[in-house]
Design a protein around this ligand. Structure first.
Ligand code: APR
Length: 231
């Protein structure tokens, strides 16, 4: 039975791939209002503006490549039973080779019906435009979770945290619930590492590695693969 590892990621793991975070300098929420582009109310009021916001982000995702952190995370699968639980809507974990990825906030490369959340389509084009309709004839929207909408895979993610012996949390401000609350599902005995350039108040029991993911995550992964503690 292989040792279970949970890797929990936020926008910071994709920062060195050139994708913007949300709350850092230059982050999306420094330029856009969440209500206008990432809420059902914003979609209802100005769907075109919402489509344009995600079209720009989708183009950035398609132009980006996985960085050394994504690659190191996928390399862990050589020895461990790894589940990646990500708040990110990009596909960089999958492109780096990770095989079990839960997108708790949805996926930007998919579209879904605006009237039936179960109707999901892979996006064949880089942009999603007004007039592209679902099977019921309603406007397609990005298959992402907006503020106020139900977050996905939470029960499975909580179970993964509770059964993991190693937990690696990377590039998240841990400021958006319920996803951020997942870290408290970890067993006290689990080895817990946290990677970010800075963090306001690290959750209890975590070894905090101050710095960027592309430099630190390969170090942690190689220590784990060699059976060593990374600190
Ligand atoms: N390496 C590691 N961490 C980094 C790097 C980097 N190169 N660059 C930035 N960070 C860290 C920041 O210090 C910060 O702690 O990544 C974190 C990014 O925090 P946020 O911008 O708040 O992103 P995230 O935590 O993923 O946001 C959670 O909020 O708006 C919603 O749905 C959105 O999924 C997102 C959620």
């Amino acid at each position: 039975m292989r040792e279970k590892v949970v890797v929990f990621t936020g926008a910071g793991v994709s920062a060195e791939s050139g994708l913007r975070t949300f709350r850092d300098m230059g982050g999306y929420w420094r330029e856009y209002s969440i209500e206008s582009v990432a809420s059902p109310e914003g979609w209802k009021a100005k769907p075109q503006a919402v489509l344009e916001f995600y079209n720009e982000r989708r183009k950035a995702v398609l132009a980006a490549s996985p960085n050394a952190a994504h690659v190191a995370i996928s390399a862990l699968e050589a020895q461990f039973d790894v589940v990646v639980i990500t708040q990110n809507i990009d596909d960089l974990h999958e492109r780096a080779g990770s095989t079990k990825v839960m997108h708790v906030h949805g996926e930007i490369l998919k579209a879904r019906s605006s009237v039936d959340p179960s109707l999901i389509y892979p996006l064949a084009t880089p942009t999603l435009e007004m007039g592209q309709l679902c099977g019921h004839g309603s406007q397609l929207r990005p298959d992402v979770v907006w503020f106020g909408e139900p977050v996905r895979f939470m029960a499975e993610a909580a179970m993964a945290f509770a059964s993991a012996s190693k937990i690696l949390t990377i590039g998240t401000s841990l400021s958006v619930y319920p996803a951020a609350g997942l870290v408290s599902e970890a067993r006290p005995s689990a080895e817990k590492c946290l990677v970010a350039p800075e963090i306001d108040d690290p959750p209890p029991g975590h070894h905090f590695f101050r710095g960027k993911a592309a430099r630190i995550v390969p170090h942690i992964a190689s220590c784990w693969l060699e059976g060593r503690r990374p600190w």
